[in-house]
Design a protein around this ligand. Structure first.
Ligand SMILES: *[C@@H]1O[C@H](CO)[C@@H](O)[C@H](O)[C@H]1NC(C)=O
Ligand SMILES: *[C@@H]1O[C@H](CO)[C@@H](O)[C@H](O)[C@H]1NC(C)=O
Ligand SMILES: *[C@@H]1O[C@H](CO)[C@@H](O)[C@H](O)[C@H]1NC(C)=O
Ligand SMILES: *[C@@H]1O[C@H](CO)[C@@H](O)[C@H](O)[C@H]1NC(C)=O
Ligand SMILES: *[C@@H]1O[C@H](CO)[C@@H](O)[C@H](O)[C@H]1NC(C)=O
Length: 629
């Protein structure tokens, strides 16, 4: 091939490789898509923690207020047994006829330091987006709070020293790069052995994995439920997994053999790693297995399922109490050009049923050959997203172990619908919830202060970013409204959604907390100036409209909340009713809407109450009456 053609081919290949055909984005909990604290529209580094294969514009920014390690933003936490609605969108259909689809949900936890971490910026300017260093001979090279870490140094080292599974189908990929002696860091989807954080590529691409993995299984959605028994029995929740060692001892003694027979023949010990357990050493529940038609979605949409909502799974938080956990979703789509789960290495290279950029040279009778776009490293491809670090907590001792707790969170990020894409605008999660009187909501959310700059025309409020005329922060609150078509809050005395358990009167403390999100409305600063000012007061100080909107004293816009994290705690729902609520900051009819509904059945107070008509509505009625008379 002459060098000019080689150049063209290289450019074409490069363009091809960057294209993402299908993506998965987790919206609740917020998926990072490898982002951290960069303030850009596109993420800085797609190799930071894991291989997502997603578009670089996706993902939510780090759940932090701006600053270095001295700025500590609390992390999300979920109570044992509470229900968390995990939500995601996937681009290229699932549960339909156009692709074979598996979705795998898993989590991992750890309590040791530094251990699992998001990566903390060094200072205000730092985005902390570098990939964690890896030195084969020096685990301490991977230390440092600045680097995000999920899998461990030991784990990745093991992946690099273990041979790849030679029974895997690799189509016509490079036979040298994928030869028998190559390590498990090389796969059909990653033949160059690229490193993404400390993830093991072979484990990433395949499920259930045949060697030990730190990931605990939650649920699988599959196009073929006949495979559910296989998933349950092969899951490391149930089954020990083996690894070859020179002795039972440590990682440095690991040997390259990837199966028991070769291991023992070569003088190794096939060490079994027991099934995963919880923090008490108790076994974990079976992986749940569902038909992926439950999360049916069409191609090319990153949209809703037939339910009218994002694909979702209600995760009952396991009794596995830890400080630091992450949630992972993988979206795996395979072609039906071969039997995806049955095809193996006997179909490699000269036997492959598919070829790279295969022109359909054979005459199919059309009078001309027609080209097919085939990238054999992507025929069968896995996409991924992961959450930021959260913790799993013991339930408070005064809450009955059997009482149901629903997590009520906020998804989305700052910006209009085009700017946020493929992430989403603000919404409550779940947007619609039916519960019984006496059950609890755990109201909590975390956004970021590291979004791209979105001025008032594209999103509301501030505070200003590092004192500059930029607004990057996410904030939310909850206010009851009369009905979802209205966009104004009820008077506090008329709030029926949050009643005092004993008196049946509005629970003023809870209502104000959710409305004002802990802003210092009654406090003064060191110069004895109020920390919160009204919009009018700010304008009277000479601030222009946009500056007043972003001013950190504008508590009407929630700018006085110093962190994107808010914990409303457990709120017991005691009034029967169908409650509608919204966030006054982000809801801006008709630009964006942040509204939710909760239906409470069998409460012990009736919520009907009287509905106070606003002065404006009364004025309109008055005018109409006057005209009629
Ligand atoms: C993805 O599907 C392929 C079959 O095409 C299968 O071999 C592999 O284990 C799956 N990987 C994951 C992560 O589900
Ligand atoms: C479904 O899975 C079963 C069990 O693994 C397998 O025998 C069968 O061929 C699969 N069916 C399809 C349509 O892939
Ligand atoms: C998850 O729970 C929410 C709230 O109860 C419900 O609206 C939703 O339909 C549930 N999702 C699934 C997949 O069952
Ligand atoms: C509502 O949105 C519009 C357009 O995005 C913006 O100009 C306006 O300032 C917003 N309204 C308020 C009250 O902030
Ligand atoms: C918001 O709505 C206003 C009023 O309808 C409109 O002028 C403006 O263009 C909208 N802004 C965005 C970002 O959609």
């Amino acid at each position: 091939m002459n060098s000019y053609i080689a150049l063209i081919v290289t450019i074409a290949m490069a363009a091809f490789m960057q294209q993402a055909y299908a993506d998965v984005y987790m919206h609740n909990p917020r998926g990072s898509n490898d982002r951290n604290c960069e303030i850009n529209v596109n993420r800085n580094n797609g190799n930071r923690l894991f291989d997502s294969q997603n578009n670089g514009k996706g993902g939510y920014a780090c759940p932090r207020a701006v600053g270095g390690p001295e700025v500590v933003t609390p992390t999300m936490y979920y109570y044992v047994g509470s229900q968390l609605q995990v939500e995601w969108t996937n681009q290229h259909s699932c549960g339909g006829v156009n692709a074979y689809c598996d979705v795998v949900l898993q989590y991992m936890c750890e309590d040791t330091a530094p251990g699992i971490r998001d990566g903390t910026p060094e200072d205000e300017q730092d985005s902390a987006t570098d990939t964690i260093p890896f030195d084969e001979n020096d685990p301490s090279a991977s230390d440092g709070e600045r680097y995000g870490q999920h899998e461990t140094w030991d784990y990745y080292k093991r992946c690099r020293t273990r041979r790849r599974n030679n029974n895997l189908f690799v189509a016509d990929r490079n036979s040298r790069k994928l030869s028998r002696s190559q390590p498990a860091t090389r796969t059909r989807q990653n033949e160059n052995g690229n490193r993404n954080g400390l993830e093991c590529p072979e484990e990433r691409d395949y499920y259930p994995y045949w060697h030990p993995t730190p990931w605990k299984d939650i649920a699988v959605f599959t196009s073929n439920v006949s495979r559910c028994d296989f998933y349950r029995s092969e899951s490391q929740n149930n089954r020990a997994k083996g690894d070859c060692r020179k002795s039972e001892a440590e990682i440095q003694e690991a040997m390259p053999y990837n199966n028991e027979r070769e291991c023992v023949e070569n003088g190794g010990v096939w060490k079994l790693f027991a099934p995963h357990t919880n923090h008490n050493g108790d076994s974990l529940p079976d992986v749940e297995c569902y038909d992926s038609s439950r999360i049916w979605s069409r191609d090319n949409s990153l949209g809703n399922t037939q339910s009218g909502h994002h694909a979702n799974y209600n995760w009952t938080i396991p009794n596995d109490v830890h400080d630091k956990c992450v949630l992972r979703i993988r979206y795996n789509i395979s072609t039906a050009d071969y039997h995806p789960h049955e095809i193996d290495s006997t179909y490699n290279w000269e036997m492959t049923p598919i070829r790279q950029d295969q022109m359909n040279g054979e005459d199919k009778g059309y009078g001309w050959e027609l080209a097919n776009a085939i990238n054999t490293n992507q025929y069968g491809r896995t996409f991924q997203d992961r959450s930021y670090v959260f913790s799993i907590r013991e339930r408070p001792s005064d809450i009955s172990p059997s009482a149901k707790i629903y997590n009520l969170n906020v998804r989305g990020k700052r910006g209009n619908i085009v700017q946020t894409f493929p992430a989403v605008e603000y919404d409550f999660v779940p947007q619609f919830l039916v519960m019984q009187g006496g059950e609890y909501l755990h109201i909590q959310w975390c956004g970021s202060d590291y979004n791209p700059n979105r001025n008032p025309n594209d999103a509301e409020g501030g505070p200003p970013y590092l004192g500059r005329h930029q607004a990057r922060a996410d904030r939310s609150n909850i206010l009851q409204m009369d009905n979802s078509g209205l966009n104004l809050a009820r008077k506090i005395d008329d709030v029926t959604m949050f009643l005092d358990e004993r008196t049946g009167k509005p629970n003023y403390e809870v209502i104000k907390k959710l409305a004002l999100v802990d802003q210092p409305i009654d406090e003064v600063d060191e110069d004895n100036q109020p920390k919160c000012l009204t919009y009018k007061q700010l304008r009277e100080l000479g601030l222009r409209q946009n500056d007043a909107e972003r001013d950190e004293r504008n508590c009407g816009k929630l700018n006085g909340a110093r962190t994107p994290y808010f914990d409303g705690g457990l709120v017991r729902m005691v009034a029967t009713g169908h409650f509608k609520y919204y966030s006054s900051r982000n809801n801006n009819f008709s630009n964006r809407s942040q509204k939710g509904e909760v239906v409470v059945l069998n409460g012990w107070y009736a919520a009907a109450g009287h509905i106070q008509l606003s002065a404006a509505v009364l004025a309109v009625i008055g005018t109409v009456m006057a005209l009629l008379m």
